[in-house]
Write a protein that binds this ligand. Sequence first.
Ligand SMILES: Nc1nc2c(c(=O)[nH]1)N[C@H]1C(S)=C(S)[C@@H](COP(=O)(O)O)O[C@H]1N2
Ligand SMILES: [Mo]
Length: 243
Amino acid sequence: MKLERTPLVKSLERRLLLRGTLSLGALTLLSGCDFSDDDGVHRFLAGLSRWNDRAQAALFGTTLAPTFSEAQAVKDFRYNAFFGPEDAPNLTPADYRLQLSGMIGDKRPWTVEQLYALPNQQSQITRHVCVEGWSMIGKWTGVPLRDFLKRVDADTNARYVAFQCADGYYGSIDMASALHPQTIMAFNYADETLPGKLGFPFKLRIPTKLGFKNPKWVTTMYVTNRYPGDFWADRGYNWFSGL
Ligand SMILES: Nc1nc2c(c(=O)[nH]1)N[C@H]1C(S)=C(S)[C@@H](COP(=O)(O)O)O[C@H]1N2
Ligand SMILES: [Mo]
């Protein structure tokens, strides 16, 4: 098949390559669509948008988690961890430091005060879904992880961003999920400082993923190309667990 390299074809191919997923040639084989002209590409895109959002996410990485109104958010959010609330870590600002390691240019540790002073903090009212069979809508506020990664000069071409927590929990996400606009380091819940049981001084809030992919009490963040492991994925759950 001959590929006409029209601007539309070029832009689609660029997106596919950026996502590191498929070449247009491979997509042609998979979809059976003819991309030899703009008409073919348009037909494919129209079919795709009728098909499902997940496929678009794979292609364009722009799937947003649904958002809700203030009235739908609960004030007292449910606690969950692999232990009871009485054993939840109680991190104190005087002693806390967020440690950075791996493929990060500026590895200076962060105090709570420095984290909480970060600019461009954003609120989201989203649904947290736990695999154990409950979900809840809440309001979290914090800084986009992608802002923070840029600020500390993280290598955003690396594959993973990983987290270690004060309770021994650990997790990791792919770089595309880390750079997603709704992935935030959440410092507040319901307009108040994040309470101890919900992860003080911060939790990763990733509304495009299941609850267990939202680590609380984060003490170390690192960037790596080597699979870092993940508490629940290492116990049989799907590692990606998201949109
Ligand atoms: N450090 C840490 N983070 C964690 C967990 C945990 O046990 N330890 N549990 C995960 C799971 S399974 C869920 S559902 C959510 C619960 O967050 P919540 O207490 O804010 O509801 O935290 C996630 N993050
Ligand atoms: Mo969960």
